[in-house]
Design a protein around this ligand. Structure first.
Ligand code: TEU
Length: 589
């Protein structure tokens, strides 16, 4: 197919709103600055063949939903060939589509369909690791192979026999429980895997690895994709001396994070990738997933002059509900001032250099309406809208994760058997073996499991929410009888209608895109209030992020007399009294 949609056939159906026209053939510099990205997790989006797993034709069949919403970009989570140990983040062939999801021809049709609907396509790039079934790794298992050095191999710790407890080359733990080293019986050596044993880490120190990755990326660009979301890209440069990591009392393993994240050659590799693939030259969108990245790292990496990445996904705000010194399963409440301050720091930190991404949700995070909102029937809609308002009125590129535009809530699972995610299942086993109380583990999973994000997309109120005619691979949330796309698209007061208005506002108002951000009332425990200023235009965002009514003190905010209401969660209300979860965007006179 043609890499661009300039000669694409007219769209199969006429989009009703959003983008009536195909994307322009050429990407303009910085086109992503006023764009909104929609993430699809293919496994959970729409199943076209009744096997209970979402697939590419399912996505293509629902492009009208994305076009109606008005999004500019589709980020597609991995559809590559994979043994599916981590739902496709373990890739065994970077250049083919897994039969579970369809064919390369289906993917070409999806890219073409997106372009015809005015939507650009960003692929997930997972190159910190491959699958252990990738031919590169299969070959590397042979110690004499020229690919041996493409991965991290080490002998057992000195004085220890291979396979005995403590014989791992370092004390590092893996993200999905257990040690970060796996013994390969072929050679008696261990290989490094920061995630599952089926996800061996690539050795980016080896220039052949890097050129193989860049060549693969160039082929995707030639195929017509418009950018890359780069999985854990800040883990590609590691401390090559591989020292032991600090290990807390009672912790089964050391935390290697500081030894593998934001390493010494990260900027060099990113700049090299940018140059070799022509990322900036071709104005491809690049967003690096960077757990543990600081504002300083983000400033460096997204500084235009350095030609590394356009933006990063920080984890700062989604790690706030972790108890101090704990791991993601150790729960803590997040007072509103702490959340506001976190986003503010990134707004201020990247005001003069670089660019922010803005997100509440993705396939790894619990649903925002359950996390920072109120998912009770009384407040679900208003809190989902208000959280959307607050995020989308910040400066940066917003990301909407499938179902967020419906206000989808956490799964509500109560037993281990309901979970599918490797991280959740392994955590349950490890925590239980360490003697944690069953209720504590169940509660942590209910609040934090990645499966909260992965329950099937809710299209309608039928048995499997219109997701599949078969048995869904993960249970559908029973709330789909009320919370679903068909109902939302009929209802002018729905979360969907509100997200559509937020996206349209970004497209029509330069101040939303570029206005300077200023947080007001930083310590207020219920109100999230800020201004955006560009030239003569000044926007005021008033948001009640609580389930009780609040009155804004007029002396705390700029004069709202004569202000124009650009967007509101509750119709026909003015003044400074805010109902529970009510928010307004005002253009000040
Ligand atoms: O996630 C990396 C990451 O650091 C975490 O979000 C991780 O998923 C874990 O939940 C921490 O608790 C990326 C992908 O988004 C994730 O789906 C993959 O499992 C992971 O990398 C490995 O490829």
């Amino acid at each position: 197919m043609s890499p661009h949609a300039d000669d694409a056939p007219p769209p199969a159906e006429t989009p009703t709103a959003g983008h009536p026209t195909p994307v322009p053939a050429r990407r303009e510099p910085g086109w992503w600055r006023d764009a909104v990205v929609y993430q699809v997790y293919p496994r959970s989006f729409a199943d076209s063949d009744g096997d209970g797993v979402g697939d590419i034709p399912g996505i293509t069949a629902h492009l009208d939903h994305l076009a109606d919403l008005g999004v500019d970009v589709l980020w597609l989570s991995p559809v590559y060939r994979s043994p599916m140990d981590d739902n496709g983040y373990d890739i065994s062939d970077y250049e083919d589509v897994d039969p579970l999801f369809g064919t390369l021809a289906d993917l070409d049709a999806l890219i073409e369909g997106c372009h015809a609907h005015g939507i650009r396509v960003v692929m997930d790039l997972v190159v910190n690791h491959t699958s252990d079934e990738h031919p590169w790794f299969v070959e590397a298992r042979d110690p004499a192979s020229p690919k041996r050095d493409w991965y991290w191999w080490r002998p057992p710790r000195e004085g220890h026999a291979a396979g005995t407890p403590g014989a791992e080359p370092t004390n590092w733990g893996a993200a999905f429980s257990g040690p970060a080293w796996h013994l390969d019986p072929h050679s008696g050596e261990y290989y490094l895997h920061l995630f599952s044993p089926k996800q061996p880490d690539l050795n980016w120190e080896n220039p052949e690895v890097r050129s193989a990755v860049y060549a693969m990326m160039r082929r995707w660009v030639d195929r017509g994709v418009d950018g890359f979301r780069m999985d854990v890209i800040n883990l590609i440069s590691k401390d090559v001396s591989l020292p032991d990591a600090p290990q807390g009392p009672g912790q089964p393993y050391g935390s290697s994070f500081d030894l593998v994240a934001n390493g010494p050659r990260l900027d060099e590799y990113l700049a090299e990738m940018n140059r070799e693939v022509g990322l900036t030259d071709q104005h491809l969108l690049t967003v690096g997933e960077m757990p543990g990245s600081t504002i300083d790292v983000a400033r460096r990496v997204t500084d235009e002059g350095r030609r590394e990445l356009d933006m990063v996904f920080t984890f700062e705000h989604v790690d706030l509900d972790v108890a101090p010194g704990g791991v993601k399963w150790d729960l803590a409440d997040v007072p509103l001032p702490v959340l506001k301050r976190s986003l503010e720091r990134w707004q201020v930190g990247l005001a003069d250099v670089g660019w922010n991404s803005l997100y509440w949700n993705n396939h790894d995070q619990p649903r925002v309406v359950s996390r920072f909102g109120d998912d009770s029937p009384e407040h679900r809609v208003a809190s989902a809208k208000t959280l959307g308002t607050v995020l989308h009125l910040h400066r940066g590129t917003p990301y909407v994760y499938q179902g967020e535009e419906l206000g989808m809530a956490n799964a509500g699972f109560e037993t281990l058997e309901q979970y599918r995610d490797i991280e959740s299942v392994n955590y349950h086993a490890e925590a239980t073996s360490l003697g944690l109380a069953a209720e504590t583990v169940t509660r942590s999973l209910a609040v934090k499991s990645r499966d909260n994000a992965r329950t099937p997309m809710q299209w309608d109120d039928t048995a499997s929410a219109g997701f599949t005619t078969g048995t869904p691979w993960l249970a559908v949330n029973p709330d789909h009888v009320d919370v679903n796309a068909a109902a939302a698209r009929r209802d002018p007061q729905s979360v969907f209608a509100h997200y559509r208005a937020l996206i349209a506002l970004r497209h029509s108002d330069e101040c939303v895109v570029d206005g300077r951000f200023e947080l007001l009332l930083p310590d207020h425990e219920q109100l999230w209030v800020f201004t955006r200023t560009l030239g003569d235009e000044r926007l005021l965002v008033l948001a009640n992020c609580s389930s009780e009514a609040v009155t804004v003190d007029p002396s705390d905010v700029p004069d709202v007399v004569g202000a124009e209401v650009l967007l509101a969660t509750h119709d026909g209300r003015t003044g400074l009294d805010l109902a529970p979860w009510e928010s307004r965007v005002l253009r000040l006179a």
